[in-house]
Design a binder for this molecule. Structure first.
Ligand SMILES: C[S@@+](CC[C@H](N)C(=O)[O-])C[C@H]1O[C@@H](n2cnc3c(N)ncnc32)[C@H](O)[C@@H]1O
Length: 436
């Protein structure tokens, strides 16, 4: 997929156009972006510092590089004949230096040592602004360790058909994955949404899932969703195509003070899903793709020729003769989605447990991306989730034959997301699977 231009990582022309190494052979090598994370892990496992020769071999072993690629040589201009793998690793090291992960001081040069900086040692679990690293990929998609603010810079303009995401909700208290206060939140998400608009195709859609938030110390709700929505439409030029509502029947009662202790509010089990478009008249959408199976009574009515059982509704609405005589393959869905996200024994949670990885606490139920992707995209379209969490969006997009990009700031969540693809023969991972 060439939607994420790996500008910083692409091999130089010099590397590709050599006498001894054909272009196709060289492009079998992982890119610098794909090698960055394994390189840092290799140095980390060597005690935080290592000589280049040790790194070349350890890194090749770590990513199971075929021996012929490890030994591949090429003529590279004035440098003469070079080992292509070692050149790629050196370039990746240079990229790591530019990102502040490897120390480039004269002392390290003198001792020919590659040594991790503090950022290199600690910075990758929750990645910092400016970092973008490919963590895993399939034939259809790419998962990036990157903040939303960084990833957007690498996405081609007008290339995305659907942005489907659930940003971290604004919270008064800090959650595991970092949240902003509602006041700053609207500004932050509006800025991001402004940059997303440019990335969307003219026929594209933005779908955002947001939850209600109580004002601190008060049994009253924040209006951040309404403020955000008005900002997106009035100031950024999005159009609200439709609102959907997601009911999570297994939602726990909260906030405890108002719902459980004082018993003056009920459990908030509904979340909002805003479907916004750049241009509502031309946005791709087809509800025929998400028809629900007919009820038994409707099937019976169709079998009887489709006569309505009642001629007029209490509202005065009347049905035409044979109003129900056409079998359209199913009924048109409503905009309420009822689905739980707490499957505790699905493959993702089982594999996370087996691999000692955290199970993401705020996952989409599969039904949510399934409906949105089928409604709003065609096969081969590109879906992007800039706050990917456990990667449900990617898994569903892959299943439906859509191309996808996800990015997430937490490496451990992405390692969990990769487990969703472990049966996919085209899966390539670029992190140390044993370090989880
Ligand atoms: C509500 S969760 C998304 C869950 C996801 N929809 C799923 O189904 O698993 C929000 C995610 O955004 C991530 N996150 C927070 N701030 C971020 C940022 N600035 N850039 C990228 N990801 C971020 C958090 O680590 C968290 O995993």
């Amino acid at each position: 997929m060439n939607t994420v231009p790996h500008r910083k990582y692409s091999p130089s022309e010099e590397e590709l156009q050599t006498d001894l190494c054909s272009k196709s052979q060289c492009t079998n090598l992982p890119t610098q972006g794909q090698l960055l994370l394994p390189l840092l892990e290799t140095i980390h496992q060597a005690g935080g510092q290592a000589k280049p020769n040790e790194v070349y071999d350890a890194l090749a072993t770590k990513i199971q590089l075929p021996q012929w690629l490890r030994e591949l040589r090429a003529l590279a201009g004035r440098a003469g004949e070079i080992n292509v793998w070692e050149r790629r690793v050196r370039n990746t090291r240079q990229h790591a230096v530019e990102q502040g992960f490897i120390d480039n001081s004269p002392e390290r040069w003198r001792r020919n040592l590659w040594e991790l900086t503090l950022a290199g040692k600690e910075g990758l679990r929750n990645c910092k602004p400016g970092i973008i690293i490919t963590v895993f990929s399939t034939d259809l998609g790419t998962a990036l360790l990157a903040e939303a603010e960084t990833a957007v810079q690498f996405i081609q303009d007008s290339s995305i058909n659907l942005i489907l995401t659930s940003p971290p909700y604004p919270l008064i208290t800090q959650k595991a994955y970092g949240n902003r206060h509602p006041r700053a939140y609207v500004e932050w998400l509006s800025e991001l949404a402004a940059s997303w608009k440019q990335k969307l195709a003219d026929t594209g859609s933005l779908v955002i899932n947001l939850a209600d938030v109580f004002n601190p110390g008060s049994p009253s709700l924040s209006l951040y969703q309404e403020r955000l929505l008005i900002n997106l439409c009035d100031n950024l030029g999005y159009s609200l195509a439709q609102k959907f509502y997601w009911e999570n029947p297994s939602k726990l009662p909260s906030p405890a003070e108002w719902v459980c202790v004082r018993r003056i509010r009920v459990t908030p089990s509904i979340e909002q899903i805003y479907w916004l478009t750049k241009n509502p008249a031309i946005a791709t959408a087809n509800n025929r793709h998400i028809l629900r199976p007919y009820s038994q009574s409707m099937l019976h009515r169709l079998a009887q020729g489709g006569e309505p059982t009642e001629q007029a509704r209490p509202s005065g609405f009347t049905f035409k003769q044979n109003a129900f005589s056409t079998n359209n393959g199913g009924s048109i869905p409503h905009n309420l989605l009822i689905a739980s996200n707490t499957e505790s024994n699905d493959e993702y949670t089982r594999r996370c447990r087996q691999n000692n990885l955290p199970i993401h606490p705020a996952r989409f139920p599969t039904a949510l991306p399934d409906i949105m992707i089928r409604l709003l995209t065609e096969e081969n379209h590109i879906v992007w989730d800039p706050f990917a969490g456990s990667g449900v969006t990617a898994q569903v997009a892959e299943h439906l034959g859509r191309r996808w990009i996800i990015n997430e700031r937490s490496l451990t969540y992405l390692q969990g997301a990769a487990l969703r693809f472990s049966r996919n023969p085209s899966l390539k991972t670029y992190f140390d699977q044993h370090a989880a």
